[in-house]
Design a protein around this ligand. Structure first.
Ligand code: FA5
Length: 401
């Protein structure tokens, strides 16, 4: 069938709304805007929230030349968005929420509540608190935006704009992603679990008895006698076994908390990554092979791994893995503290009772697990001598990554 070259009525309307500002759209009903589904509603509100955030951020970044001007600016901004009559939020209430059909009402209502929450910062008192009073800088060719006196000199459009510097990925998260990428290539999936955890998942299900020192108040941050800030990512082993059963190949990154005094290698909040593989015929050789491959991918082909016996209540046998120093190749240097080796992580074969606690039959399946400290990995990889630097938010440190 030949298609007409004349645009349809709906196409004309869609083209028109494309060129409307979000403030024009707030004056129309959803029907007039041809918004017929929840996705369209969400886009509209996202655009409006972004406009509110932008106006707030611009006012804060420009500031006002004196307290009286700040009051004027705060009042104008508040009225523009929050005035009961004619404010943008009120317009949205009238035109989008009240006129929405039955099928769209829940989506519009939800988005409207979110809009109200995100415009709280535009209340008068909040604006007075947030907008700084800044001395007007002396400029030769005119005044920057926001500093015009009443007898405004024409703006100098050749002045540089306000540049907002781009952020970068935090070094701990960068490290975490690098580790995740290696295991994702091996077919592992990423899992997560709650940071506020029950003592059952954090301790009991992992075979950690009442008498174990890690359960002491001195080591663990308790919310109440049965709830803790998780001390490791291992509880997600049990949660995932319960949820998915076997076979299971997962990587579990996340924040952990311990009653540790901050020093150069300890932080009360830190990051771990747990690895867990459960399948038929899994042996210690699989564990060794996988972790050796992992170390070579992360630190370079030349490194060697060393496995030494250790103890964790939830693995049997258990081990500590070290890697030959990737800086000095094992000869001894500052990075490996002259030992030639860098301690990497704890690991072992999943204890049969732990498999059972996760609902998996240990006569049919076996598994291995490891747990490593991401912050300590980042310290080694980026040669950082104090873990506290990661959490102080000092831009001079963070912008190096
Ligand atoms: C565990 O937490 C075990 N769940 C690891 C495990 C998982 C073993 C699976 C076997 C099988 P550990 O307490 O050693 O183990 O902690 C693991 C790593 O977390 C440490 O090697 C260290 O890198 C890091 N870590 C522990 N406490 C802190 C802290 N306060 N600050 C920074 N990193 C820490």
């Amino acid at each position: 069938m030949e298609r007409s070259l004349q645009p349809t009525w709906a196409a004309k309307r869609a083209a028109l709304t494309t060129f409307m500002t979000i403030f024009d759209k707030a004056k129309k009903t959803l029907q007039q805007l041809s918004v017929t589904d929840a996705h369209g509603v969400e886009s509209l509100f996202t655009e409006l929230r972004a406009a509110a955030e932008r106006e707030l951020a611009e006012s804060i970044s420009r500031g006002a030349p004196n307290p009286a001007q700040r009051e004027k600016l705060a009042k104008a901004l508040r009225d523009r968005w929050l005035a009961r009559k004619g404010g943008l939020v009120a317009q949205v209430d009238e035109n989008w929420l009240k006129t929405a059909g039955k099928d769209l009402k829940p989506a519009v209502g939800k988005q409207f509540n979110e809009l109200r929450r995100s415009t709280v910062g535009l209340e008068f008192e909040k604006l007075i608190e947030a907008v700084p009073v800044k001395e007007a800088p002396v400029v030769q060719m005119g005044l920057p935006l926001g500093f015009e006196p009443a007898h405004a000199t024409p703006r100098d459009l050749t002045l540089p704009g306000y540049r907002r510097p781009l952020g970068s990925i935090h070094p701990v998260i960068r490290m975490q992603r690098e580790i995740e990428d290696i295991f994702l290539r091996l077919g592992f999936r990423i899992e997560s679990g709650p940071e506020i955890e029950s003592t059952y998942y954090n301790f009991d299900a992992l075979n950690i008895p009442e008498s174990h020192p890690s359960r002491d108040d001195w080591d663990t941050l308790y919310i109440d006698s049965k709830t803790v800030l998780r001390t490791h990512t291992s509880p997600v082993q049990i949660r995932s076994m319960e949820k998915y059963g076997a076979p299971l190949y997962i990587l579990i990154p996340g924040k952990c908390y311990r009653h540790d005094n901050p020093d150069s290698t300890h932080s009360p909040m830190f990051h771990q990554i747990e690895g867990l593989a459960v399948d038929e015929d899994i042996t210690f050789a699989d564990l060794k092979g996988t972790l050796d491959f992992f170390a070579k991918m992360l630190f370079g082909e030349k490194v060697r791994t060393r496995f030494q016996p250790s103890f964790f209540p939830f693995t049997e046998p258990s081990g500590e893995v070290a890697v030959s120093c990737f800086v000095c190749d094992g000869r001894g240097c500052r990075v490996c503290k002259e030992s030639g080796w860098i301690e990497l992580m704890g690991c072992g074969m999943v204890h049969p009772q732990v498999l059972r606690n996760g609902g998996i039959d240990p006569d049919k399946y076996s598994g291995w697990a490891f747990g490593l400290g991401v912050d300590r990995f980042a310290m080694v990889k980026y040669d950082i001598n104090d873990i506290q630097l990661f959490f102080q938010g000092d831009v001079r440190f963070l912008e190096q990554f």
